[in-house]
Design a protein around this ligand. Structure first.
Ligand SMILES: [Zn+2]
Length: 478
């Protein structure tokens, strides 16, 4: 039995429910990708599917729009799979259990995947219609957006004619996103030497931090556990001879690390306890408003043969020299972080100390500047510097035809102007802007709350209003 059959817009919710019945977490997309291919065949639409399971479906312009410029409608087919504690659903194999309540749709015990299933549903509703007016459509359904935008990065766009792209992957109605940050990951490797040392082993742990997304939450003033630990080691090393044995912090480059640990050998454990207590008090006061759970603990522990004196000092100095956090705010858009970086991961092994960064900027040249700066620091320390996963920024263009049309439609529909935003994080639009020269692009979407959590809710009325906005925009793209 269908749960959403009486909800408007009917076609959109028909396809949304179809999608929800197919497991489609990131990395598990063969089935949904095949569903899209079958859809295209069934509707006699030209399509192609690539090795990464991306699907592109082509539809001609309707009567009067035969010669209009094509438009890309785009969303990603993968969702984040999260479950409530105790939920027994196998999200690899089973569809979702949809429910409706207070004007919203959610999935019992799991994420709903309104991000970005609603985009797929909107686009299928348009592709299957014969009463909606629109220019030629190139519909792009990408894969594995949530795990690194791998589908969009792989997609070949050479056969696409459109220079206009409507991305439906935003989650606040009334906000039009018109720019995003580019990013790159950087790995800094410092060779180390180990040597026996006579001292007391101690494990220093920084914990209780909030962490967060390294792009959109970098402006929240939260502490980075790796940077806090580096500050502790620096302070200690100024007062007594120590050796580092191990350093570990953070799990993902794009998350502000909330936990970090050092194993050291020292001459005076008592004094280290005192320094850490003092720093604990100072940090609690510094982060009182933004991250008040910071705790430093010092405990006895096991240890590996430590770094020699030179390597210990090099690691401490390197960590103090490397930048972290917000580098520049935007002068174009109020309150927007323009350039930042996050020391997401640090680790040690037998011969090396490694730090990994996520570097972002809404201005391409400033991202490159920061890459060069870290590279220069690593050169000074005789370390190795590598970058990978570079993706371009999508820079805001004031002459966007699509934005002008959509702003007009929105104002007529809502009685007020939309909010125009750019964000300090990567979006697939950035990748497309990098691939298609002169691409005019706007990202919108209906209200979805608590995305990426099992409390995710899709707001039904908002889906309807956004549908009207999309249809009227297509109509005006003559
Ligand atoms: Zn999304």
């Amino acid at each position: 039995m269908r749960v959403l059959s009486n909800i408007q817009p009917e076609k959109v919710f028909y396809y949304f429910e179809e999608i929800c019945n197919i497991p489609h977490g990131s990395g598990n997309l063969l089935q949904i990708s095949n569903y899209l291919v079958d859809f295209a065949k069934e509707h006699n639409l030209k399509y192609r599917k690539d090795k990464k399971q991306n699907v592109v479906i082509f539809k001609d312009g309707t009567k009067g729009y035969e010669n209009s410029e094509a438009v890309i409608l785009q969303g990603h087919m993968d969702m984040v799979c999260e479950k409530a504690p105790g939920c027994t659903k196998d999200m690899q194999k089973e569809g979702l259990d949809l429910c409706t309540e207070n004007g919203t749709i959610f999935a019992k015990g799991t994420t709903l995947g309104g991000d970005d299933g609603i985009a797929v549903a909107y686009i299928l509703a348009i592709l299957s219609s014969n009463d909606i007016e629109h220019p030629p459509i190139e519909a792009i359904f990408t894969t594995d957006e949530e795990t690194g935008m791998f589908g969009a990065t792989f997609l070949d766009t050479s056969d696409l004619k459109a220079k206009t792209l409507l991305n439906i992957d935003s989650e606040v109605e009334g906000v039009f996103t018109v720019g995003c940050a580019g990013g790159v990951e950087a790995k800094c490797t410092l060779p180390i030497k180990r040597e026996d040392y006579n001292g007391t082993p101690l494990k220093i742990t920084v914990s209780g931090l909030l962490g967060g997304h390294s792009g959109v939450e970098i402006d929240k003033g939260r502490a980075n556990a790796n940077m806090v630990l580096s500050r502790i080691l620096n302070k200690i090393s100024l007062e007594q001879d120590i050796r580092i044995s191990e350093l570990f912090g953070g799990l993902k480059v794009n998350a502000i690390p909330n936990n970090s640990t050092a194993v050291i050998l020292c001459k005076n454990a008592e004094k280290i306890n005192t320094i850490c207590e003092e720093l604990d008090r100072a940090l609690s006061s510094e982060y009182d408003k933004t991250d008040n759970g910071i705790t430093i603990s010092v405990l006895p522990c096991e240890y590996e043969k430590p770094f020699d004196e030179k390597s210990t000092q090099a690691v401490i100095s390197l960590l103090s020299a490397l930048p972290n956090g917000i580098i520049d705010m935007s002068f174009d858009i109020d309150g927007l972080v323009e350039t930042s970086l996050n020391l997401g991961i640090m680790s040690t092994d037998e011969n090396t100390f490694v730090t990994k960064y996520n570097i972002r900027s809404n201005v391409e040249s400033k991202k490159n500047m920061l890459v060069q700066r870290i590279s220069a620091i690593m050169k000074y320390f005789d370390g190795k510097f590598e970058t990978y996963g570079d993706y371009p920024s999508w820079e805001f263009s004031e002459n966007s035809k699509l934005l002008n049309i959509m702003s007009d439609v929105y104002s007529e529909q809502y009685g007020n102007a939309p909010k125009i935003e750019t964000i300090h994080a990567g979006l697939e639009c950035g990748i497309f802007a990098g691939k298609i020269k002169g691409l005019d692009c706007v990202s919108i979407g209906p209200d979805i709350t608590d995305i990426h959590t099992y409390n995710e809710k899709l707001h039904i009325k908002s889906v309807g209003r956004t549908w009207e906005l999309i249809l009227e925009t297509l109509k005006r793209l003559k």
